[in-house]
Design a protein around this ligand. Structure first.
Ligand code: TXA
Ligand code: MG
Length: 309
């Protein structure tokens, strides 16, 4: 692994792209200070340039040099970093992070991942890695190296770190406004955050945050249609089940968690959607999933995945 980490670091320094595991999903990384490298991310992912990227750091000190961390922000950072949390912070004027990363906004999305391979790369690179999820824009996220390969083949240097621990993207909290808000639900949920930020709210949809495709209605989509909260599976539909019930598919079924465990369901979500996403089938029918805790993040993703323009 040491050799692979050295190779990945070398590629980053030369302005190339890497695929690497984090505890949430795989990331597609580039040197955040290098405009050309960052542009490659947008073009390879076919990502609209107005959709900003997350910066990955290896310590809080490094973040402080580039963004403003209030006392509150520091408290939340110390509670959840390293881990599946992203904070939107005001950018420092003297930061060298490419403007393309934050799509011209005066904020940056910061995260310290807990995955050991990710941390080792960050350590060795001794810089900042801009990395969105390693999938084509608006498509299913990658939770295994195989998924990343399916998306980008040999165009990037990929480090295989096995299945990701949590399976869904980091929770995003916007701390750049007076009232802190959750922009994207994730593994760390409101119940945990509210202890430190009692006035935290879920960001309401408005024209302004539609600018961020993570918040756009259509996202995380398989190639075949997906129906959620189903009561009955139709002919030629495959079933993505949850818990114990009477639902049945005549073709194929995968159960996110037979024990109705939401952590287990999150971990399996994208992998099972990748498996069921086959043009042989008419659609993926998804059983109802309880809308509590991590279930909120799972349902948020399924809703966007099932959205039809
Ligand atoms: O778990 C994760 O967060 C993964 C791993 C690889 O770290 N990354 C990830 O990145 O999910 P991505 O690009 O797929 O999602 C980033 C989201 C997007 O919805 C983007 O619009 C939002 O973060 N974002 C980034 N910078 C922002 C900013 N300055 N203000 C508001 N939203 C921002
Ligand atoms: Mg993404």
């Amino acid at each position: 692994m040491k050799q692979k980490i050295l190779r990945a670091t070398k590629i980053l320094k030369k302005g190339g792209l890497i695929g690497f595991p984090t505890e949430t999903v795989y990331g597609l990384g580039a040197d955040a200070l290098n405009n050309k490298a960052v542009l490659k991310i947008f073009s390879l992912k076919k990502r609209p340039k107005f959709n900003p990227l997350i910066c990955h750091f290896n310590n809080i000190k490094q973040i402080k040099k580039n963004a403003i961390l209030s006392k509150k922000a520091l408290k939340i950072a110390k509670e959840f970093w390293p881990g599946p949390l992203t904070l939107i912070l005001k950018k420092r004027h003297n930061t060298k992070i490419s403007n393309l990363v934050s799509a011209g906004l005066n904020t940056i999305a910061c995260r310290i991942p807990s995955n050991l391979i990710a941390l080792k790369i960050l350590n060795e690179f001794n810089g900042i890695i801009a990395a969105p999820s390693a999938n084509l824009s608006s498509k299913l996220s990658s939770t295994t190296a195989k998924h990343v390969k399916k998306n980008f083949g040999k165009k990037i240097y990929l480090i295989d770190g096995g299945n990701t621990k949590y399976g869904i993207e980091s929770t995003i909290i916007d701390l750049s406004n007076k009232t802190p808000s959750i922009l994207r639900p994730g593994i760390i949920h409101k119940k945990d955050i509210i202890k430190i930020l009692p006035n935290i709210i879920y960001k309401k949809k408005n024209k302004e945050n539609i600018k961020s495709p993570g918040q756009l209605k259509k996202h995380y989509s398989p190639n075949i249609p997906i129906r959620i909260n189903i009561k009955k599976v139709k002919n030629n539909e495959v079933l993505l089940n949850f818990g114990k019930n009477n639902l049945k598919s005549k073709i194929k079924e995968l159960n996110l968690s037979k024990k109705s465990n939401l952590e287990e369901a999150a971990k399996n979500l994208f992998n099972y959607l990748h498996i069921l996403d086959n043009k042989k089938y008419d659609a993926i029918a998804v059983a109802p999933i309880k809308n509590k805790g991590i279930g909120i993040a799972i349902n948020d993703k399924l809703k966007r995945a099932s959205f039809n323009e």
